[in-house]
Design a protein around this ligand. Structure first.
Ligand code: AP5
Length: 217
């Protein structure tokens, strides 16, 4: 199954993409993670992307495509994928569409996680990520020591999770990404899912929307 997950910043795209890719047994590709890795490694593309990311703007398409090139080629060969953070505007959606079509494939579903602005801001204010492996946490679920349970590294706030940048990211989302909801609706592959509530409740709604028959164990 080939799925993209859409939604505003902090909607839980990464959280849900992780669960879905595990259950479907297909790779998850997170554009945000790819970009943060490039920034951390100080590659030329990463250095350039950082200028946009720290302001909450979209990274230019050409740069995104260069970063995605090899990875998307590889996952397109697989039985399926879950994409988080790509596409992010109409041009990227058309590029993805043409890319799959030229390989005789198609996107099965676009899941739109619907979350209100108050909840978004609250989630992002309370998010911590591992500085090494990128695992995502909520402040209320971690112990005092702020250490990653996977790799033992220090947890920190994401650089773009400050109030000013969050505001800009939400604005950019509505301007550039939200139109994709209509785009996929027209194609008849949109699944709108209520994104508020506990993580496992949201995931159950996704499973139901995609007709994944087995109950979650
Ligand atoms: P990206 O990393 O994709 O950021 P985003 O879209 O703003 O989304 P987030 O990662 O902030 O949130 P999420 O929806 O994944 O939520 P999460 O699961 O973490 O992109 C970062 C930047 O890179 C962009 O601003 C842009 O500059 C650039 N970029 C990326 N892709 C691009 C592209 N294609 N083109 C151009 N530029 C691009 O959850 C958030 C928090 O809430 C966590 O703490 C989590 O534990 C918690 N949480 C999750 N679910 C729940 C729940 N149900 N209840 C309570 N808490 C929850």
């Amino acid at each position: 199954m080939r799925v993209v997950i859409l939604g505003p910043p902090g909607a839980g795209k990464g959280t849900q993409a992780e669960l879905l890719s595990k259950e479907l047994g297909v790779p998850k590709l997170s554009m945000g993670d790819i970009l943060r890795k490039a920034v951390k490694e100080k590659t030329p593309l990463g250095e350039e992307a950082q200028r946009y990311m720290k302001e909450g703007k979209l990274v230019p398409d050409e740069l995104i495509l260069k970063l995605l090139e090899e990875k998307i080629e590889k996952v397109a060969e697989d039985a399926g994928f879950v994409l988080d953070g790509f596409p992010r505007n109409l041009r990227q959606a058309q590029i993805l569409n043409n890319f799959l079509e030229s390989r005789g494939k198609n996107l099965d579903w676009a899941i739109y996680l619907k979350v209100g602005e108050e909840e978004i801001v609250n989630r992002l204010r309370h998010r911590l990520i591992c500085s090494k492996c990128g695992k995502v946490y909520r402040k209320d679920e971690i112990k005092q020591d702020r250490i990653c349970e996977e790799c033992g590294s220090q947890l920190a706030k994401r650089k773009d999770d400050d109030p000013h940048t969050i505001k800009e990211r939400i604005k950019v989302y509505f301007e550039h990404t939200f139109p994709l909801v209509k785009y996929y609706q027209k194609k008849g592959i949109l699944k709108e899912v209520e994104g508020e509530g506990k993580e496992e409740e949201v995931y159950e709604r996704i499973r139901k929307a995609l007709n994944l028959s087995q109950p979650l164990t």
